[in-house]
Design a protein around this ligand. Structure first.
Ligand SMILES: *Cc1c(COP(=O)(O)O)cnc(C)c1O
Length: 386
């Protein structure tokens, strides 16, 4: 079931070469870009930001002061280490990476997705992912002129393994993305499902572990068992979203190819130095993650007490909720008016009608959210009956 996506033949044949700005855009910007909508992130000015799975906690002042000391020594006049050698070494040690595997750094894992798509994708190639999933997979596929095959999940957002295997057999994707746990659904697919997909896939399988800190499951130790598995992680959801650091762990022969596509100085020195410092303070990050996991359970219990809201189980630091039929966007706006920003997924995918996604935050934030949601549900209900 390929998503509807047209491929231009020859952009020069499409439009008349009449001068004028509009015509130039239409003539030179490929249709796959013209038809794309830019990634939409709502402005969070003055709002309680619960839309992007950020860590609500910041470093205590002892840690922050040490960090300021360290970054004050960074030579801003020099280019970064192009390979990020020291940071890569620290990361390998931190995650106990097998010696036969290697690790590549990205300006966020978004950039790693882009590098993979630029290396493997392009005209005639297919990138596959179970849908709904992280929107960047299909968006980056479009930008790189790669067909995107979104394989629908079942009604509980579980992966339809047979449909995936059929899709793989029929379309021979260069790459399959499996977000584990999945964003925005929060669901975690089984080890068996991942193994079956790795075994069936002719190309690369990327296990995206952006929410690893909140679930603990990993395929990092399986990399060397396969010749087509890479694992992607990010520091964004753990608490360093501003720094933009993601990494890809996998067999050296794959990473050698991706490294040709990666821009030489993609990870800046402040980020390299700061993440090395952060690795010495992982117990603080781990503590935050544990707290968020406890809050996740409390928050889902509180939400289950709200009439008409369906809450999905989550292994990430967020919860997916379905609002009463036809009311999703209205409730999103109501929440916004009461000062709370969540992610509105209504309209983003047919399986996500009336769905909102909320980051799990501090106890106070979560309580404020539940209270605002209760009010919003009542407001919408009143409007309906009036
Ligand atoms: C947030 C997210 C990312 C992107 O993380 P960055 O490192 O901030 O670019 C990648 N994959 C999934 C599934 C995510 O939810």
């Amino acid at each position: 079931m390929l998503s509807r996506q047209r491929f231009e033949t020859d952009r020069r044949q499409r439009t008349e070469p009449v001068p004028g700005q509009g015509n130039r855009i239409a003539r030179w910007v490929p249709s796959r870009i013209l038809e794309l909508s830019p990634y939409h992130a709502d402005s969070a000015d003055g709002l309680l930001k619960l839309d992007a799975m950020e860590n609500p906690y910041t470093w205590p002042s002892e840690i922050k002061d040490q960090w300021l000391q360290i970054i004050s020594t960074v030579p801003l006049n020099r280019y970064p280490d192009p390979q990020g050698t020291a940071l890569r070494q620290d990361l390998k040690t931190w995650c106990g990476l097998d010696l036969a595997a290697d690790l590549m750094l990205g300006n966020g894992s978004d950039e790693l997705i882009q590098i993979i798509a630029m290396t493997l994708g392009g005209r005639g190639q297919v990138i596959m992912a179970p849908e709904p999933s992280f929107s960047m997979y299909s968006m980056i596929a479009s930008v790189t002129g790669t067909r995107f095959l979104g394989v629908p999940r079942d009604t509980e957002f579980r992966i339809d393994l047979q449909a995936c295997l059929d899709g793989i057999a029929e379309h021979q994707p260069c790459c399959v993305f499996l977000a584990r746990p999945n964003n925005p659904t929060g669901s975690l697919c089984s080890n068996e499902t991942v193994h079956a997909i790795i075994d069936a896939a002719p190309g690369l399988v990327v296990v995206d572990e952006a929410y690893h800190a909140f679930c603990g499951h990993t395929f990092l130790d399986r990399i060397t068992d396969h010749d087509n598995l890479v694992v992607m992680r990010t520091f964004s959801k753990l608490g360093l979203a501003a720094l933009r650091l993601g990494f890809l762990a996998g067999p050296k022969n794959w990473l050698d190819q991706f490294n040709k596509v990666r821009l030489p100085y993609n990870v800046n020195t402040l980020t390299q130095v700061s993440v090395r410092f952060a690795l010495e303070h992982m117990e603080w990050f781990q503590g935050c993650a544990e707290q968020i996991c406890n809050h996740r359970e409390q928050l889902s219990i509180a939400l289950l007490g709200l009439p008409d809201v369906q809450v999905y189980p989550s292994d990430g630091n967020f919860l997916l909720m379905r609002m009463p039929r036809g009311r999703g966007t209205e409730i999103f706006q109501c929440l916004r008016q009461s000062g709370i920003l969540v992610k509105n997924l209504d309209g983003s995918h047919e399986a996500l009608a009336d769905c909102l996604r909320v980051s799990v935050s501090s106890t106070d934030d979560n309580q404020a959210f539940v209270a605002a949601l209760r009010n919003s549900l009542e407001t919408v209900d009143l409007r309906e009956s009036s």
